[in-house]
Design a protein around this ligand. Structure first.
Ligand SMILES: [Zn+2]
Length: 202
């Protein structure tokens, strides 16, 4: 595949990922390569690559005689994902806090505002994930960051499937406390608030 095809397949994977996480594509729904190829005006090889990308993230599976489908919901996954996030995110934050630049800090403040002022579940979800990624941005552990990003996607996907229509606009006191700890460069405090925050996740 050319570099352009790879970029195209990454874009398609990202668009399909959003549809899966937001429920426009349901668990176990068939992912029709021909239709996806037509919609995006690309070859089936490019689509295939996008679907393999989703499979590597745990969002799609190859089903015998059906082809690629959205992965099924796993009722136990949300608990597992919560445990994994709680194991990784506070540690990433601990390493990130001492290295955050003024620019990164400004970005965290902005995303925190976006999060608190979100008026729809989708806006909140987007801002919330950006907040959780922004605070760990300076941990200097790219593999950890990739892993955490994927855990958050899987977590949000399961959460949306299992707990729809529960979201209400609200300010998040944990996020405010994390922001305050970061401002004080108190990595240990930020770590402990993040741990508590992720323990409270539904
Ligand atoms: Zn949060």
């Amino acid at each position: 595949m050319s570099e352009q095809q790879i970029k195209k397949s990454d874009d398609i994977a990202q668009k399909l990922l959003t549809r899966i996480v937001r429920g426009a594509l349901k668990p176990c729904e068939k992912l029709r390569q021909d239709l996806i190829a037509r919609e995006f005006g690309v070859s089936q090889v490019t689509v295939r690559e996008a679907l393999l990308n989703l499979a590597s993230k745990g969002l799609a599976v190859a089903v015998p005689r059906r082809g690629m489908c959205v992965a099924p919901m796993d009722q136990n996954a949300i608990q597992e994902l919560r445990v994994m996030r709680r194991a990784l995110e506070p540690v990433a934050l601990l390493h990130s806090v001492p290295n955050l630049t003024a620019q990164q800090f400004a970005q965290i403040e902005q995303v925190h505002e976006d999060c608190d002022s979100a008026r729809t579940a989708e806006d909140w979800e987007d801002a919330n994930q950006r907040f959780h990624m922004a605070v760990i941005a300076a941990c200097n552990m790219p593999r950890m960051i990739d892993e955490i990003r994927n855990l958050q996607v899987l977590y949000t996907w399961h959460f949306n499937n299992l707990y729809t229509a529960k979201w209400r606009p609200r300010a998040d006191p944990d996020h405010a406390a994390i922001l305050a700890a970061i401002k004080d460069r108190d990595a240990a405090k930020a770590h402990s608030v993040m741990q508590r925050h992720l323990t409270r996740l539904a």
